[in-house]
Design a protein around this ligand. Structure first.
Ligand SMILES: [Ca+2]
Ligand SMILES: [Ca+2]
Length: 295
């Protein structure tokens, strides 16, 4: 097993404490500086608020009226292209009016977005940051291989979502078979995400990796064509934790093969659509997904 589990309550408490200590988002500020007085990504003038004043400060830097130190440079380069330009100022203005809620620099450095060091993330969640984030993902994507969604029994989603990932790669297995294969279940029959990733990893023929990331990271992973299992709540009205396979996305929603849905498949590729608005509700604060690869 690649990691050890804490009791869930302890884990949540620790995570909560860590979030309070380190929840400030910042561009590539070193950990030591980060502990003292970090600059928030986009907060170039250092008043702890991202405002139009920061966009103005960026423009002053662009026309050489101000010289940024390393930390301010980092806070100003919100598009993460290594230089400070009017494009950074524009992104800051978009952020101020709510059009751009996450800066590209934060997507490239998710540890600054989520506030966990790599070691903390591995220790408390058994997860890694999704660092393969591709800035140029297609606007929409759908898997090109037909899949069959088996209807799960109560609390069996871990086995059914994993079996669907294996079927995607051509292995003819049922959800029940895989659910029965998973030995290390919780008392109630559910499976923790780090344990499920380890099961996939150790079963042979596959690699299972638990990642923490944003919706952009999730879409980036899905667009690679690999099987991706989302760990989130079922729906805004059913907050139970759940596994389901993400098979595509477009500008408005993600497409999901959900083993909990009793409906017939809407297409050969999915049986449920989740808007980004709902995805935010059911996934924010969990932020975990498993990428299953064939090896
Ligand atoms: Ca500011
Ligand atoms: Ca820039």
């Amino acid at each position: 097993m690649k990691n050890r589990r804490f009791s869930k309550v302890f884990k949540v408490l620790l995570a909560g404490m860590l979030m309070i200590i380190t929840s400030v988002s910042a561009c590539r500020v070193e950990a030591s500086a980060y502990m003292e007085e970090p600059l928030i990504c986009g907060d170039v003038d250092g008043d702890w608020i991202v405002s139009s004043q920061d966009a103005l400060t960026v423009l002053k830097i662009v026309v050489n009226l101000q010289k940024p130190d390393a930390e301010r440079f980092s806070a100003a380069d919100v598009d993460d292209d290594g230089s400070i330009t009017s494009a950074d100022a524009l992104l800051i203005l978009k952020n101020v009016v709510g059009l751009e809620t996450i800066f590209p620099a934060q997507l490239s450095h998710p540890e600054m977005l989520f506030g966990f060091s790599d070691q903390e993330l591995e220790l408390y969640y058994g997860a890694s940051y999704y660092r393969n984030y591709n800035k140029n993902i297609p606007a929409s994507y759908m898997i090109s291989k037909e899949i069959r969604v088996d209807k799960q029994g109560t609390l069996q989603c871990a086995g059914y979502a994993t079996a669907l990932a294996f079927r995607y790669y051509g292995e003819d297995v049922t959800g029940q078979q895989i659910y029965d294969e998973i030995v290390d279940k919780e008392m109630d029959g559910t499976v923790a995400p780090d344990v499920l990733a380890s099961f996939i990893d150790e079963r042979g023929g596959y690699r299972g990796t638990l990642y923490m990331g944003t919706i952009e990271h999730l879409k980036s992973a899905v667009s690679t064509g690999k099987a991706v299992i989302l760990f989130s709540e079922i729906s805004p009205s059913n907050r139970a934790l759940h596994y389901m396979n993400v098979t595509g996305y477009d500008e408005k929603k993600i497409y999901v093969a959900d083993p909990n849905v009793a409906l017939a498949q809407k297409s050969p590729f999915y049986n449920r659509e989740i808007t980004y608005r709902d995805l935010n509700k059911i996934w924010q604060g969990i932020d975990l997904f498993i990428v299953v690869e064939k090896v």
